[in-house]
Ligand binder design. Structure first.
Ligand code: NAD
Length: 255
């Protein structure tokens, strides 16, 4: 599958997983449009990306804002005409019910994590080339929780369900899938130092990295995999498949 001469839109593409996704699509030949709050990192990301010989567009803005989304979509269409891939990647947390996540905090996270992916899908709907694909970045937190995570977890449950709803509404036009990452090291060059236990608690014996997610995004956008839509792929080193009980297999609960 060639990603040459395609156009890929990535939200939150200035840092972390979105940055790596943008780079990998550019390396494969796609032009890139990024929207991100981080102006310095976003401009740098696009300057790096155009070295691959593709076109780049960076817009600094908050995807929680309707006007920003509309202006971004207009700029993308003005520059590229059509798009091929939309990667709804940006999200944040404002914690949950224990630490006092308020009405506005909760709604803000939903705007970034669910409303923006919906609105961008709508704004680009009539501008996808044949073979277009949307990839929504969810999280394993859509399926399981730690305490005090309601805003983020609700957003991730929302984007997961949005994925299958859009897949059916956009049937025959755009395929829509999601990826649920587990623990991904987004430090620059994976430079955080984790304990051995952090790694080996995973069934695959390591923490994930952004390339694990970027490769999955490329896989889902690849037209050779065009029989897949409405699906979620969990990329978590097996953590959500692992059953844990105190006293079994070395797992200990410290009271
Ligand atoms: P990150 O914080 O490293 O990068 C997120 C980027 O999104 C940043 O550049 C930030 O400026 C941008 N952003 C945040 N809010 C924005 C807004 N309102 N408008 C525009 N841009 C905004 O995050 P990451 O770890 O790379 O996460 C990327 C995606 O992967 C998120 O959806 C996250 O929930 C998901 N995820 C990450 C992990 C992980 O372990 N890193 C695990 C599961 C899911």
């Amino acid at each position: 599958m060639s990603f040459k001469n395609k156009v890929c839109v990535v939200t939150g593409g200035a840092n972390g997983i979105g940055f790596t996704i943008a780079h990998e699509f550019a390396k494969a030949g796609s032009s890139i449009a990024i929207i991100d709050l981080d102006k310095t990192a976003g401009e740098k990301a696009i300057n790096d990306i155009i070295k691959y010989g593709v076109e780049g567009l960076f817009v600094c803005g908050d995807i929680a804002e309707k006007d920003t989304l509309e202006a971004f979509a207009d700029k993308v269409i003005d520059k590229f005409g059509k798009i091929d891939y939309l990667i709804n990647n940006a999200c944040i947390t404002r914690k949950g019910i224990i630490s006092g996540c308020e009405y506005d905090d909760f709604n803000y996270v939903l705007k970034v994590g669910v409303t923006a992916p919906y609105m961008l899908s709508k704004l680009f709907l009539n501008h996808f080339n044949t073979g277009g694909a949307i990839v929504n970045i969810a999280s394993t937190r859509a399926f399981m929780s730690q305490p005090d995570t309601e805003s983020y977890t609700a957003a991730k449950g929302g984007i997961l369900a949005l994925t299958h709803a859009l897949a059916i509404s956009l049937a025959g036009k755009v395929r829509v899938n999601s990826i649920s990452p587990g623990w991904i090291d987004v430090s620059k060059n994976n430079k955080y130092s984790y304990s051995i236990s952090d790694h080996i608690q995973h069934p695959v014996r390591r923490i994930g990295n952004p390339m694990d997610i970027a490769r999955t995004a490329l896989f889902l956008c690849d037209e050779n995999n065009g029989f897949i839509t409405g699906e979620n792929i969990t990329v978590d080193g097996g953590m959500t498949k692992q059953m844990i009980y105190h006293g079994d297999y070395g797992w200990k609960y410290n009271e």
